[in-house]
Design a protein around this ligand. Structure first.
Ligand code: SF4
Length: 90
């Protein structure tokens, strides 16, 4: 399947410009096993989750904010950054 065909079948762009699945939960999630049915070829965005290798700057902040709700590792990372910033100011 081409990238274009994949996008047309499975994705849409949200108001922030991010590509999102047309179905929630993801159409590739096996609901019986809670495993990804396309794990070996999953999208780069899935493979990189929770994206902690990306710079925490304004261009990516909305994604960290979104992921805090789902990802304890992101919550702890953001909490640590906030503590470091608070210690710098205090
Ligand atoms: S890893 Fe990605 S493609 Fe696989 S089930 Fe999760 S969200 Fe869907």
């Amino acid at each position: 399947m081409s990238q274009r065909a994949f996008r047309e079948k499975w994705l849409y762009k949200d108001k922030t410009g991010d590509w999102m699945n047309v179905k929630q939960p993801c159409q590739f999630l096996d609901l019986k096993t809670n495993m990804c049915n396309i794990y070996a070829v999953r999208p780069r965005d899935c493979a990189g989750f929770p994206h902690h290798h990306k710079r925490m700057d304004a261009g990516y902040m909305h994604m960290y904010k979104q992921n805090i709700e789902y990802c304890p590792a992101t919550y702890r990372m953001v909490e640590g950054v906030m503590e470091r910033l608070a210690n710098r100011e205090g």
